[in-house]
Design a protein around this ligand. Sequence first.
Ligand SMILES: [Zn+2]
Length: 76
Amino acid sequence: MGSYPDVKVEVAKLLKTQKGKCAICGLHFQDGDLWEVDHITPRSKKGKNTLRNKQLLHRHCHDVKSRNDGSYEGCA
Ligand SMILES: [Zn+2]
């Protein structure tokens, strides 16, 4: 309980794919940064729950994207 090994593997893969950079602002993730896994095509727009449709973003970058791509509709 309370551990999500799949999520960690996913995050590790995304980090490697993105070379440790946020997909929005292009800055490297630093120790202590908050990050979130984003659906590139939002689930509310029939985006798939696959690694190919995911990217790792700073939490604040994710907030900006979500506000603009309709993510908040239907999954709030
Ligand atoms: Zn960022």
